[in-house]
Design a binder for this molecule. Sequence first.
Ligand SMILES: [Zn+2]
Ligand SMILES: [Zn+2]
Length: 341
Amino acid sequence: MVSCTITQLELPVKKRLEISEAPAEVEDLPPEDAKQPLIWLNIFGLSVLHILAFYALITRASEAKLWTWIFSSLYGTIAGYGVTAGAHRLWAHRSYSAKLPLRIFLAYLYCMAGQTHLYKWIRDHRTHHRFTETPADPHDASRGFFFSHVGWLMMKRHPAVIRNGKKVDMSDIKADPVIRFFDKYYEPIMVSLCFILPTLIPVYCWNETWFISIHSVIVRYVWLLNATFLVNSFAHMWGNRPYNRKVKPTENPTVAFFTLGEGWHNYHHSFPWDYKAAELGAYGLNPTTAFIEAMSWIGLAYDLKTPSKELVEKLTLSKGDGTSSLWGQKHHNQNHHPHER
Ligand SMILES: [Zn+2]
Ligand SMILES: [Zn+2]
C-alpha cells in the first residue's frame, strides 16, 4: 500500500527542479506496425454524442433560456480549469505545487469535465510528451488529423503505447491521496458533476425544459471534449514553431482561445514544466496562467516553475523557425536564424 503525507508529497520539488531545468527531450522510437482493433462501443458513443450535440445546436438552440446559455458556458469553462490547471499543469507536469484544498477543488472541477480517471489522463499525457509522434504516443499526430483528434479513442492502443507507457514514472500520482480518492469514486462523482447536476439545475432553478437541459449538457460535454482534442490535433499541425522547428507542435492562438491557454504548444513541448505553458503571460489567451497566479497570490499554489529568459532565448536562437510566438510573424532581425527544416 502506498502511504504518504501531504508534506512528503510537496517535498521532492528541489529534485524535480534539478532534472527539469532544460528543454525537454523526446525519446525516438522506430516505426512499428501493429493491429489496433476498433472499439465499437466508443465509436457508437462518440458518434451519438456528436450527432445529438449538432442536432440540438442547429435546430433547438434558440429555444434555450438565456440562463441556460450562461450556465452551460460557465460550467464548461470552470470544468476546463480542472483539465488545464489541474490534470495538465499541476499533475501531469508538476509545473507548480498546490496545497490540499486547491488539489481537492481542482479534482472536483476535473470530474465536471468527464474525461476519464485522473491517473489514466495523466499517464497518457506524460507518455505523449516523452514519446511525442512516435508509435508510443497515444495520439500520435503523424498519423493524421482524425487519429490525433479523436480516432485514437476509437481503437485499442498501439502495443508500443502500452509497453512504453509502463516506463513513465507515476509514483507521485499513486502517492497523491486526492487522486486516489477521486479515481476510486470516479464514476459516481463524474456522473453526478458532469451530467446529473447540470441537467437538474436549469430545470429546477429557472424552469428550463428537460429536453433543452439534457441537450445543453450534451453540447457542453462535446464542446469541452473537442476543445481538449484540439491541442492534440490542430496544435500539432497548424501554426509556427518559434522554439523548435524540428518538432510538430505549434503555437496556435485559436487553440489557445478555446482551451484557456493550452495552444502555445511548440513552447509547451520545449518547456513542459513551465506553469504558464507559454512564454508570454498574456492572460487574454492564457487565463489558466492567471488562475494559477491568483491561487499563488492567495497562498494555495506555490513553487511556480518557469525557465529563465536566457534559456528560452538560447533555444529560440538555436532551434526556432525565426517567427515570434504570438502572431507568427517573422522576426525583423533574423540573421541568426537558420530557416531550413
Ligand atoms: Zn502535444
Ligand atoms: Zn503537456
